[in-house]
Design a protein around this ligand. Sequence first.
Ligand code: ATP
Length: 312
Amino acid sequence: MTVEPALSATALVKNFGSKRAVNGVDISVPRGSIYGILGPNGAGKTTTLRMLLGIIDPDSGDRELLGTTRPRTASNRIGYLPEERGLYPGMKAREAIAFMGALRGLPWAEGRSRADLLLADAGLGHAANDKIKKLSKGMAQFVQLLGSIVHRPELIVLDEPFSGLDPVNQERLEALILAERDRGATILFSTHVMGHAERLCDRLAIIASGRLRYEGSVGEARATMPMQAHYTPRDNGEALAALLPADAVRENGGYVFNVPDSGMEALLAMLLESGHGIAGLSLERPSLHDVFVKLVGEETVERMESEAEEAA
Ligand SMILES: Nc1ncnc2c1ncn2[C@@H]1O[C@H](COP(=O)(O)OP(=O)(O)OP(=O)(O)O)[C@@H](O)[C@H]1O
């Protein structure tokens, strides 16, 4: 029996005036999975999420969410953290969470008791009676996040949830996402930070300039690239570079290159015979970072990494 995906879309397109923000994106999010949409700022992540949720309509393309093609009718089964953050500053944390639950049909009393549990589980029990305006920006954002899941939705959609969180709250959020998946929820989140996607996601979509560059598991993405050899010679003589594959680049007194299609045996034999020797050798699977560089280019990845550092 095949299980319907929690959410799927084909060939989504959205224009804003003459700007094509999303250009033919296909996504299929399996039920019970953690799915990431990864891409630099302006890539079209928010626009894609808004189309999937029915907040805006695509110019063309199809979408289906929790078994309906009219996503707004399923809103009480969805938890959504939008890119714009904000809670009533005068509300206490517990009340703010219960209020968000009430907006999705959860009785207030139930919302309050779940709020206490959620806050305690996140290590924030001490803040239940604090007004939002008293909380740090990161903590207020976390409270909003708890409010978006208090009604125990089947599908949780988080737009850049890690942005604006300090490392402690980022770790809390990673734990919460894993716990929600263990509860049986499906989680879809956007990010421009590779580490979160690499650690958390069962599957991911990589988007750049409105186009889908990759869709699949993190492991499959990494397997699209050859293993990398990190080689340190005993004798780093002039003639060595000519023996190594053409893509070899210097790194920490040694070289990094893709493992040749024919394997390492012939190359190692030649390095030993020529007297360059082997002081160090490791073969490593490329990281998501390497895959990303290949798909969207070094410049875009450097920009994303500096944006992520600035946001931290
Ligand atoms: N309402 C709008 N009107 C005009 N242009 C828009 C609108 N919303 C988004 N855009 C443009 O569409 C493109 C994609 O924006 P989008 O917000 O979806 O990207 P993103 O990947 O979520 O990036 P960010 O994290 O910076 O929001 C950008 O060039 C953006 O300026």
